[in-house]
Design a protein around this ligand. Structure first.
Ligand code: ADP
Ligand code: MG
Length: 701
């Protein structure tokens, strides 16, 4: 029936519209009103053709002289138009018959576009135009141009946003005295101004994000983020956890047995953690310390405090190599104290694994170290008192949570060697307390970094040879595969290779690693050379690594699997091939593998010409600094916060309007969030509702 098919059609088009809107995250009225323009077009004024400037978009009012379809060489529609002051050609490479029809000689048009000098004189390609209706006036506001998606026109978006603006509650969620203290405009005024700006505002003024209306929006966005993080923090804190009271029996014994004394920073962090663990609510703390700052021993002390209190402690690391290093180190420290350490990874034989799971489940083993095998369903950690996640940013939110949920009320410690600049930390870690190891253990000699052109590879190989003959050891890091000319940094991590299975990239990466190995083995026949890469079986990987630790291998050719945690103090030379393809954080982590002993260490960054601008900037930073925080700051500057943190990893939606580098505004939002949660909880709730709607769940992770 025609009637039903019409209804169906309508439903279908509504569906596709809804789908397109959903792609932009537009569901509620609040979503629409917070969908703000990218830029503006000024259709409030008519410019005379004689005054038009090339490259500047403007509106003109013209009459069509004539129009024709030409073939030069492609089929196209050309219209000659003029106003009292000059003439112009409109050129359409694609067009509808209706457009052709509208461009009849004598038609009176308003056109909008950028003029430039064409073959036949001044022209505009694909101007927006319409036939002027009788009595039509000029719009009173600048025309907003919104971010959109394929198949969703500006007109439709504008109409929907206008409707939402007319209907929605634009009431202020900021308490008036806060708003005044911060000198911010009212929400309704700011929003109207941005959607429908009066023509006396210049576009430059509007598009510069420093305008008070933008400040208000940016502040609100940051406030929503802070509120949500603080609320999640408070909610978790309200839960109970077993107070892990220190007896110092085990921790004291460990401290006594160590061949070194804790640094002041370690001491301080350890005290903060010990105090948290003794509380009856869960610790939510991040231990942040640059590569080599000695986080493991702090983790070991924390685990012992849990054991002292009769609980289990688990440590999860993102890669097999790293987990194994932790396991060895912890076993070496703790077994002499009579504490057994269990080891659990995916690569264990089925029987070994089941035995380990059973022992752990029965509560026989108090300390468990492993990879994400720890969060498998079968693993039960009934007495888990402390869950530690190393290199936590390398796990997805879900995995991080899963470990904690093995013991419902466990205390939580995350560790990270990726230093996060302060403003970013305030934002992304607002739901965590942070302890920082800001000094390295004494006796480390700083790593010298050298930039060497690929053309001098032979000299570098000779240097590796000499260093190894002299009793040292070296790493040679294989080049990353570039995908479509873009550095495959993000794709090269072990976890990703696993996820994508035998992807083309992984295969190529393996091939490169094997070729690099073969070439070095041919160049250096008198050295023992090993190869590790992400596709080795874990047992094979472990065998190569332990041979390297035992100095049975001089030169270890490796992919980025060695990036985190590997600790071989005798290795004092590292060569990174095609260093220009690596990210800054990655270079810093890799370089951190050397300089762990007393020997003077060096990191040689081999690069190939020509260097792109970004690659050059990165190499300059890594050459100029060994300070992880400074490098992270530069990384943030070069990449922007979204990339830097990886939104999917952090579980946070990216900020759309605010800039995390705007430290002052982030600080203000943070303070305001604290204040509002205490003094104006309803306003805080309304604010969250407006900005995050139902999406807040994401943040609770
Ligand atoms: P990271 O913070 O990168 O995980 P590690 O915990 O692996 O660092 O420590 C790096 C190295 O420094 C290890 O060999 C560790 O045993 C050693 N170490 C840790 N603390 C100290 C200290 N206070 N004095 C001397 N060496 C230390
Ligand atoms: Mg470590």
């Amino acid at each position: 029936m025609p009637c039903s098919s019409l209804a169906e059609k309508k439903a279908a088009s509504a569906n596709t519209l809804a789908a397109r809107l959903a792609r932009l995250g537009l569901r509620t009225d609040a979503d629409f009103i917070l969908h703000l323009p990218l830029r503006y077009e000024d259709e409030t004024r008519i410019t005379a053709l004689a005054d038009a400037r090339p490259g500047v978009a403007a509106q003109f009012e013209v009459d069509v002289v004539d129009s024709e379809i030409a073939y030069r060489p492609r089929r196209q529609l050309l219209a000659r138009v003029r106003d009292g002051s000059g003439a112009l050609i409109l050129r359409f490479l694609n067009f509808y018959p209706s457009q052709q029809k509208a461009l009849q000689p004598g038609a009176h048009l308003r056109i909008f576009g950028e003029l430039h000098e064409g073959y036949l004189g001044p022209e505009i390609i694909h101007p927006r135009f319409h036939v002027v209706a009788a009595g039509e006036t000029l719009p009173e506001c600048l025309t907003p141009v919104y971010p959109t998606t394929a198949g969703l026109g500006q007109g439709t978006l504008r109409r929907l946003i206008e409707k939402a603006l007319a209907r929605a509650d634009l009431g202020d969620t900021l308490p008036p005295e806060l708003r005044e203290r911060l000198g911010l405009p009212e929400f309704a005024a700011a929003i109207h101004r941005l959607h429908t700006p009066p023509p006396e505002m210049t576009q430059a003024e509007l598009e510069a994000r420093g305008h008070p209306a933008w400040r208000r929006v940016q502040f609100d966005e940051l406030l929503a983020q802070q509120l949500s993080l603080r609320r999640a923090y408070t909610a978790r804190r309200a839960r109970g956890a077993p107070p892990l009271k220190p007896t110092a029996k085990l921790t004291g014994a460990l401290l006594k047995s160590l061949p070194f004394r804790l640094t002041a920073a370690q001491q301080h962090a350890w005290q903060e953690i010990a105090a948290d663990l003794a509380q009856p609510h869960p610790m939510q703390r991040l231990l942040q310390g640059d590569v080599g700052s000695g986080k493991t021993v702090v983790a070991a002390l924390a685990m012992l405090q849990a054991v002292e209190a009769g609980h289990q402690a688990a440590l999860m690391a993102p890669t097999e190599i790293l987990a194994e290093q932790h396991y060895r180190k912890l076993a070496a420290w703790l077994e002499p104290l009579g504490i057994e350490v269990a080891w659990l990874t995916g690569s264990l034989k089925k029987r070994e694994k089941e035995a380990a799971i059973e022992k752990v489940g029965a509560g026989e083993t108090a300390i468990i170290v492993g990879t994400h095998a720890l969060i498998e369903d079968k693993v039960e950690l009934a007495r888990l008192g402390l869950a530690i996640v190393d290199e936590q940013h390398r796990f997805g939110v879900r995995q991080r949570l899963a470990l904690k949920e093995k013991g419902l009320y466990a205390h939580q410690l995350a560790m990270s060697a990726t230093p996060i600049p302060r403003t970013l930390a305030m934002s992304y870690y607002a739901d965590l307390d942070v302890s920082v190891l800001d000094e390295l253990p004494p006796g480390r000699s700083p790593v010298t970094t050298k930039l060497v052109s690929e053309s001098r590879r032979d000299q570098v190989v000779a240097r590796v040879h000499d260093a190894c003959r002299a009793g040292g050891q070296a790493y040679w890091v294989c080049p990353l595969i570039e995908e479509n000319g873009v550095s495959a940094e993000a794709n090269a991590s072990e976890a990703n290779v696993k996820r994508s299975g035998r992807s083309q990239n992984a295969v190529l990466q393996l091939k490169t690693a094997e070729e690099t190995y073969a070439r070095l083995a041919a160049d250096l026949p008198d050295l023992k050379i090993g190869l590790v890469h992400g596709r080795l079986k874990p047992a094979e990987k472990a065998a190569v690594m332990s041979a390297f630790v035992a100095n049975e291998i001089h030169l270890l050719v490796a992919t980025t699997v060695i990036e985190v945690g590997v600790d071989v103090p005798n290795a004092s030379l590292m060569v990174i091939e095609h260093a220009e393809r690596f990210g800054l954080a990655q270079l810093h982590q890799l370089r951190g593998r050397v300089g762990r002993g007393t020997a003077q260490s060096a990191c040689i960054l081999l690069y190939a010409q020509p260097l792109g601008e970004l690659a050059r900037a990165r190499l300059k930073v890594i050459f100029g600094s060994t300070d992880g925080f400074e490098i992270a700051r530069e990384d943030l500057r070069l990449r922007g916060p979204g990339e830097f943190i990886g939104s999917r990893q952090s579980g946070l939606p990216l900020l759309r309007y605010a800039d995390l580098e705007d430290a002052a505004l982030v600080e203000q939002a943070r303070a305001a969030a604290e204040d509002m949660l205490h003094r104006a909880p309803e306003a805080a709730a309304a604010h969250l509702q407006r900005w995050l709607g139902g999406r807040e769940e994401l943040l609770k992770a």
